[in-house]
Design a protein around this ligand. Structure first.
Ligand code: NAP
Length: 478
């Protein structure tokens, strides 16, 4: 990664016995430890209101690393990692006093990997336990439930900690492919010149998951696709795709440009939004249940598992260029991509040669899986006839760098320990994101159904008509 070990400090994971801790945080901390990217001195303190001690937490962490680590753990590296582990059982009545007693260093990062309903109480308890000084806070999504609650949460946090010590996570920003978008745009002279309304006809962003709500039905019922994906991940991707060049590559300069895009992003018109919910269907040949039959879900639920919309960015660069977004669970495949379609050539020179139309150039940024970038252009098919066919130039991380990108959480944890805010979300970004979706939260359009394993409801096609949604496989280099 080209990174260095952050300054000495402890890492506290509140909610250490949970799903996020097991699947992402402990394996990420292990990999940072194995690469020498944790502070040279400092403990990793797990905290949760569960009956665990240090030894049980070590077993839990070993198991998590074996199951979910990006790299195959070695005995030496895992032993060294486990030596750092401590556990504090949180007694809700003791208001984090036990945690305070366990922390020996003047500096620490506290990761709130707890249900969002616990955020405010725990933050106030941090302040009351006199842990404000020396603490940086990593806070998980969802940050608030709507604009009013996000503002309230920001106000509460600021009674305990200043903005410079708050790290709001959006794990999409930890993904190499999302970071690479900045390098792609601002490190290459050919693309930035055509990155505007003069050359670009439309932008399409797809965040498709083939998974359903798994065991998180009760959580998802309160959330839905707009809160879970659009307000945070999608808007961050939109902001990085559409932002102006920052004056430098530091966190403040990048956030300033991102927030300008979010301000230019017009509040959603409910009439330009389609909300869908999956019914039973088939994925990879396996029958799967409909959303309303999932555990923890109301059989009459109106929570959306799919959303599609047309975004409008009223800025000098983007005026008139539609940004189409769709995201859903139980879609045909897992696939996150940005598709930039360029304008057609001004004159069809080949009209008299039997070629009816020339496809527009297209640039596809594959965020996951098969991370990479493809450019589509047309070429003449060899032979006496003038026959034109789209072809691809394709870059894939796997073959170019002979490695798979590191886990987003590794980079994000490292940067928070190092005090670097570049890949985190500032308070004004999160509030503006909520302001944009608020009209749809206030007046949600009715739910339409789509079969699990499809590409979402038919109603979403009308949003992009007379064109169609980009099909995976269409000019994506795969
Ligand atoms: N899981 C993911 O993939 C994922 C992805 C993105 C974001 N997130 C976010 O990450 C956070 C944690 O999610 P999760 O899936 O890990 O949830 P989880 O499996 O329910 O785990 C939550 C953890 O917090 C503890 N906890 C619950 N209430 C608490 C309280 N009042 N004070 C202190 N600790 C408390 C739980 O202890 P008990 O076991 O005793 O309940 C458990 O250790 C949530 O904000 C979620 O939205 C999760």
């Amino acid at each position: 990664m080209g990174l260095k070990a952050p300054p000495d400090q402890d890492v506290v994971v509140v909610g250490a016995s949970g799903d996020l801790s097991a699947r992402k945080l402990l394996p990420a901390l292990y990999n940072l430890s194995a690469e020498g990217l944790l502070p040279r001195r400092g403990s990793i303190v797990g905290a949760a209101p569960v009956d665990m001690d240090d030894a049980a937490f070590v077993d839990f962490a070993r198991d998590s690393v074996h199951k979910y680590s990006r790299t195959k753990p070695t005995a030496t590296a895992l032993d060294a990692f486990c030596k750092r582990l401590r556990f504090v059982r949180l007694d809700p009545k003791a208001a984090l006093r036990d945690l305070r007693a366990a922390l020996k260093r003047p500096r620490r990062v506290v990761y709130l990997a707890v249900p969002p309903s616990a955020f405010e109480t725990l933050i106030l308890q941090l302040g009351a336990a006199d842990l404000g000084a020396g603490t940086s806070l990593i806070i998980e999504k969802p940050f608030g439930h709507d604009l009013a609650s996000a503002r309230k949460l920001n106000r509460t946090i600021h009674t305990v900690l200043p903005e410079q010590r708050i790290f709001r996570i959006d794990h999409y920003l930890g993904k190499e492919t999302v970071q690479n978008l900045l390098i792609f745009r601002f490190g290459n002279s050919v693309f930035e010149r055509i990155w505007n309304r003069d050359a670009i006809a439309r932008v399409e962003i797809t965040v498709a998951e083939s998974l359903g709500v798994e065991h998180r039905g009760a959580f998802y019922e309160q959330t839905g696709a707009i809160r879970d994906i659009v307000q945070n991940h999608v808007f961050q991707v939109v902001a990085i795709t559409a932002m102006e060049p920052p004056v430098s590559f530091d966190a403040e300069a990048i956030s300033n440009e991102k927030v300008k895009v979010l301000r230019a992003l017009q509040p959603l018109d409910p009439a330009a939004v389609v909300r869908g919910q999956y019914t039973a269907g088939t994925i990879s040949g396996q029958p799967v249940a409909g959303y309303r039959s999932e555990p923890g879900v109301d059989p009459k639920s109106t929570t959306e598992t799919y959303a599609a919309m047309r975004l409008r960015i009223d800025s000098w660069r983007w005026s008139g260029v539609p940004f189409f977004v769709r995201t859903g669970k139980r879609m045909a495949i897992r696939d996150t991509r940005i598709v930039i379609t360029f304008r057609e050539v001004p004159l069809h020179l080949f009209a008299g040669t039997g070629v009816s139309a020339v496809d527009s150039n297209r640039l596809v940024v594959r965020i996951q899986p098969d991370e990479g970038i493809a450019v589509t252009f047309v070429a003449k098919v060899p032979g006496p006839e003038v026959t034109i066919q789209p072809v691809n130039m394709n870059f894939t991380y796997g073959s170019a760098f002979k490695t798979s990108p590191p886990e987003a959480y590794e980079r994000l944890l490292h940067d928070a320990l190092d005090g670097d805010h570049t890949l985190f979300i500032r308070e004004d970004e999160v509030e503006r994101g909520w302001a944009v979706v608020q009209p749809v939260l206030d007046q949600p359009p009715p739910i339409v159904r789509y079969g699990a394993g499809s590409w979402g409801p038919k109603a979403a096609d009308a949003l992009v008509a007379p064109l169609h949604w980009h099909e995976p496989g269409e000019g994506d280099g795969l």
